[in-house]
Design a binder for this molecule. Sequence first.
Ligand SMILES: [Zn+2]
Length: 154
Amino acid sequence: MKFIADSMLGTLAKWLRILGYDTLYFPNMDDDELAYRAMAEDRILLTRDQELARRRGVRAILIKNAPLEDQLLQVFQELKLERQNCFSRCPICNEPLKPVEKESVRGKVPPYVFQTQEQFSLCPGCHRIYWKGTHWQKMKELLDKVLSKGGHDV
Ligand SMILES: [Zn+2]
């Protein structure tokens, strides 16, 4: 399942990446190009634009004007998605993350993080290093909340 999000839905796009879904997002892409990429790459178009959502040949979801967690819930419910591969993709550039040896990040992450974390991942696109710190905990809590509402918790 792959997505492309319109310019209004940057936060939702970031979250779908965190959830492991290949999601394109460009802040300045126009409607024609969004529709074209959706069809050409077999992506589900996520949009707030009614006309765009109705375009012939495009599989689209008209996203509600709602808080992020309700938007996520809408996508999960409409597509009957389940949680999988969470935190496996870079939220900034959509690249799948690669697990790396702890020793290889010595000096590249704060000392406290190096001491307290065991698992690290690297984005091959932007070279950011990820670990499951407090930010991860907050995201996980939001995710638990969204998925328990949707009845898809695993
Ligand atoms: Zn990245």
